[in-house]
Design a protein around this ligand. Structure first.
Ligand code: GUN
Length: 280
């Protein structure tokens, strides 16, 4: 019988720990403040931003909200980021992605002070992660590591296969698994023998962005399967990158969608906000 890794429970556990930590910080006269910037009114982004603000309120992190119109000039956004960089009350800055097409995303992410980059997207933080120095780590892959650790799953010495090489998930995921002494392979759209490589994995992380792409042909008996994907299927129901029904019986543990990796992203954002830069 396989274990279902309960991301909802684990993320709640983390938020409760952070809330307690925040109370202790406040008793010492410290505070934390996250500035959240959204440009335009993409409905999915509005839901994410709303959830981030709610999580801040729960944990005890102050939040500042900037809802800018779709036609905001890049210079205006850069100037706001400059102000927030210089505002000593603001400890974290998050620019919700995607940005409108007329804004250069890379330029915006580079403008955020790496010491306030709670998303872990700035090249300084990405570089620090890759050489094992303290820095902010991208929230979703950091959440996957917490799911594994808090479910008693050992990473050291394991064959870890990451499907996907995005800057936000696949690449930092590989770095974190390596940091935990896993033996890591990264696969992508040009990988040959994808199924054979995936089938070697003791820990398989699916972050390919294709609904139910990973079926039983990709999975070794007894593997741990982590599903980072989130999609709506034909019946408007949520599903992941993994075909749960065909894969789950083969595994020793698997994350569901919803309720697996999803809730961990915001929990780890709160962790970055409360704890700041952590030892690698
Ligand atoms: N858009 C979708 N996911 C994320 C995220 O984790 N951070 C930011 N800033 N934007 C996103």
């Amino acid at each position: 019988m396989y274990q279902i890794i309960d991301g909802k429970r684990i993320s709640q556990e983390i938020k409760d720990e952070l809330k307690e930590r925040m109370e202790a910080l406040k008793a010492r006269g410290e505070s934390r403040c996250l500035a959240v910037i959204q440009v335009g009114s993409d409905p999915a982004s509005s839901v994410y931003v709303g959830n981030k603000k709610k999580a801040c309120a729960y944990v005890g992190v102050d939040s500042l909200s900037y809802e800018l119109p779709e036609n905001t000039a890049q210079e205006e956004l850069l100037s706001l980021i400059g102000d927030l960089n210089g505002n000593s009350r603001v400890s974290g800055i998050l620019v919700q992605l995607p940005l409108p097409h007329h804004i250069d995303e890379e330029k915006i992410l580079l403008a955020i002070d790496p010491r306030k980059d709670v998303d872990g997207f700035h090249p300084v933080n990405v570089g620090n992660l890759s050489i094992g120095r303290p820095g902010f780590v991208s929230c979703t892959p950091a959440g996957v590591i917490q799911l594994l650790k808090r479910s008693g799953i050992e990473i050291a010495g394991k064959e870890c296969v990451v499907l996907g090489r995005s800057n936000i998930v696949g690449k930092p995921m590989a770095m974190l698994l390596l940091q935990e002494n896993g033996t890591v392979t990264v696969c992508h759209s040009r990988t040959k023998n994808l199924k054979e490589i995936a089938k070697r994995a003791d820990i398989l992380v699916a972050a390919v962005g294709r609904p139910r792409f990973v079926n039983h042909d990709f999975v070794k008996e007894g593997a741990v399967v982590i599903d980072v994907g989130i999609h709506r299927n034909e019946d408007n129901r949520l599903c992941g990158d993994v075909d749960f029904d065909s894969v789950a019986p083969l595994t020793s543990a698997i994350t569901p969608v919803p309720g697996g990796v999803g809730p961990m992203t915001i929990a780890m954002l709160m962790s970055n906000c409360v704890l700041g830069i952590q030892e690698a």
